[in-house]
Design a protein around this ligand. Sequence first.
Ligand code: P6P
Length: 337
Amino acid sequence: MESNKTLGEFIIENQQEFKYSSGELSRLFNSIKLAAKVVSHKVNKAGLIDIVGGAGGKNIQGEDQQKLDVYANDIFIETLINRQIVCGITSEENDSFISVQGSDNSNTNKYILLMDPLDGSSNIDVNVSVGTIFSVYRRISKVGTPVILEDFLQPGINQVAAGYVIYGTSTMLVYTTGHGVNGFTLNPAIGTFYLSHPKIKFPEKSKIYSVNDGNYTHFPEGIKDFIRYCRQEEGDRPYASRYIGSLVSDMHRNMLKGGIYLYPNTKSNNGKLRLLYECNPMAFITEQAGGKASDGNSRIMEIEPQSLHQRVAFYSGSIKMVEKVEEFIAKYKLHKV
Ligand code: P6P
């Protein structure tokens, strides 16, 4: 049975939750909603039109850009700029940040948006769900002046909104403004998002762990202990191992069914996921749904960012499981001489 509440109606009903806004939340989400519909339409036709495969370029991370990465990036940026909603944007696909000037070359908008326009895009060619992740802050520099790097290097606790779009068996938009997590499903026949998952909360029981087991030998010892713990026949274990290789899909499933997503650091790197436009927004949603998000030592949303594309270790999901990871990691810290 279709819920009769649309995303637009829900936002208006909850407008007062978005601090400092004079209707800017509605305009911001209307823009995200429109871009999501356009990208969804393209993703769903990917196999039929020349929009799959590599775009030929590499992003700042040195990763091959997929055609749909570039397409999604352009659509979200264009939509946000044309509607003059934000004063600054940064993305996984952009080396730096974009200062959005108003028509009179000033810009009195107060919000900045950081995004991963199409996370997991390497899965598109094999018809696996992908997603857009976005994070919204209030600028800290003077309104009316061009944004500066510090506007983007805020800790996750300063987020005023965060969300993701998952382009899967259906297209869903899931977001929080700090007052819980709500999910909206697109009815493609009429192009409207309907409230389908109100007040999402991690279930009490959590029995899923999501990690790329292929990197096991490079994991910190505490993470190896945790994975062995998940595999043990004891109590409610072994847990189920589920890994799609698409952050939004893995975390969406774990939030609904109960579980933990792990992308550990290794001796040679600080992990793969980016703090600003992947970990912080997913951490905000996780915490608002009653979960926990950590880098193994500290709360993801309290990490002070040092650079736009900074990577961190990321353990996020049911509180019980994240605390178990931290317990195993702490054991080795204690033994360090
Ligand atoms: P690996 C996709 O590239 C991504 O950023 C996440 O969506 C996903 O969870 C992870 O990387 C997969 O990385 O190294 O396991 O293939």
